[in-house]
Design a protein around this ligand. Structure first.
Ligand code: PMT
Length: 409
């Protein structure tokens, strides 16, 4: 399956690498960006070139690697101007305290800093340095200056550092930096100005402190929608039931456990949203009582009484969003009578669109990376082939946008 990411596909990214011991992680980042379809030019500072050979990057990006300000690229144009000007995103990772200072002061003493000055692209900076250095007022002043000029800083993580010390300064992981690149490049996408509320994952309804009633939803479908909406410029709030998936960069995350918590969160967030996309598999019932202590087996039968949970889509029918009635998208996970059951949900839950997944189909529905869906609206029915959930997410978002535009007419 292709790992290409639409917002990165065919885009010119200048990856600046400075002399931190974390420079090795930039190789993994270059690889991820390249696999996503980006055209990655790498600029190494002198410090970085001491730590890692240009060939490591070249073998991955299949493009020239720049490290000397006086070295002209093959086409003999002035290198820093060409590379800086064609970049659609400049990503400096790792950024040392020294390179951050040079960028903040506008110095142009090597290929990277000169290219940054020649570039009009958004600047993404991922600092990496030893414990204590990151919190130093000088570093923070330089970062504040860069932020004020529009740069986006991906905060370093806390943990064990190369020096043996513990503290804040670990370069963000390549997966996070890839997400940040998508978020920054996507800012001007077709969903810019939209505020979307997405739900994901299954809810868990406690039976006792260790057991719950739940379902197999992994959260993949809802997370894919949130991710793609962010990459297309939307402000996204993702309300997720328990899921092993990590928080998404650039998405406001609200983690909940039960259906009632999800209901409270949706009701609170909806007034600030333009659309609600309910991909979560919400438990329809919960145990009437959750035992305070672990239930012990006694040899006798255990009867658990289940009571209904609020139906979130139904209960929020009357809540207006930022621009009046929000676009409302429900999902239907069905094992029989897919179309009839989904059409009933379209009407009963007052929805604009239902994404119906036939969970009996291989590679479809719960846990899989793919899904086969039929889209139902009052305009009719559209059967889609088996698609990666990320691609299906884009199709759903296209329909949401079309519905919103039709309403504005
Ligand atoms: O998370 P994954 O592993 O990627 O799996 C994705 C998925 C199969 C969970 C997803 O594609 C999906 O179909 N989600 C909805 C599953 C579901 O709960 O369907 P339903 O037919 O029970 O509910 C219909 C709609 O009402 C859903 O939008 C649901 O979020 C909503 N609902 C349900 C119950 C409830 N109490 N309140 C609700 O709002």
């Amino acid at each position: 399956m292709s790992a290409r990411i639409p917002v990165l596909d065919g885009r010119h990214v200048l990856l600046g690498v400075s002399g931190s011991i974390a420079a090795f992680k930039a190789v993994a980042l270059a690889s991820k960006l390249t696999q996503a379809g980006a055209l990655v030019d790498v600029a190494l500072t002198r410090g970085a070139a001491e730590l890692i050979r240009p060939l490591s990057f070249q073998a991955i990006t299949h493009r020239p690697v720049y490290s000397d300000p006086f070295e002209l690229p093959e086409d003999s144009e002035i290198g820093h101007v060409t590379v800086g000007r064609r970049a659609e995103l400049v990503l400096v990772a790792p950024a040392t305290a020294h390179t951050i200072a040079r960028l903040a002061l506008g110095l142009a003493d090597d290929f990277l800093t000169t290219s940054v000055l020649a570039s009009t692209a958004p600047l993404l900076i991922a600092p990496a340095m030893d414990a204590g250095m990151y919190d130093h007022p000088t570093v923070q002043e330089h970062l504040a200056r860069l932020r004020a000029r529009g740069a986006v800083i991906v905060e370093p993580a806390s943990g064990h550092l190369a020096s043996g010390l513990e503290g804040r300064g670990r370069l963000a992981e390549p997966e996070v930096l890839l997400e940040a690149a998508c978020a920054v490049l996507g800012r001007t996408g077709d969903l810019a100005g939209w505020s979307l509320l997405v739900t994901a994952g299954g809810t868990q309804e406690p039976l006792d402190p260790v057991r719950f009633v739940g379902n197999r939803s992994s959260g993949k479908m809802g997370f894919a929608i949130a991710q793609r909406a962010r990459d297309r410029g939307a402000q996204v709030t993702l309300i997720s039931g328990p899921s092993a998936l990590p928080d998404l960069y650039g998405v406001r995350m609200i983690r909940v456990t039960t259906a009632r918590e999800m209901y409270q969160a949706v009701a609170a967030e909806l007034p600030a949203s333009d659309a609600l996309l309910m991909a979560a598999a919400v438990a329809d019932f919960r145990p009437e009582h959750a035992a305070e202590q672990k239930i012990k087996k006694s040899g006798a039968e255990l009867v658990i009484r289940l009571v209904p949970n609020p139906d979130i889509l139904r209960e929020t029918r009357g809540i207006d969003g930022r621009r009046g009635r929000p676009i409302r998208v429900g999902f239907a996970a069905e094992s029989q009578d897919l179309i009839a059951n989904s059409r009933a949900k379209l009407e009963a839950k007052d929805l604009d669109l239902v994404v119906a997944n036939d969970i009996t189909q291989p590679g479809s529905g719960f846990e899989a990376d793919t899904n086969r869906a039929t889209l139902l609206s009052c305009d009719g029915l559209e059967e889609l082939p088996l698609l990666p959930k990320t691609v299906l997410a884009d199709v759903i978002l296209d329909r949401v946008l079309a519905l919103a535009r039709a309403r504005q007419r």
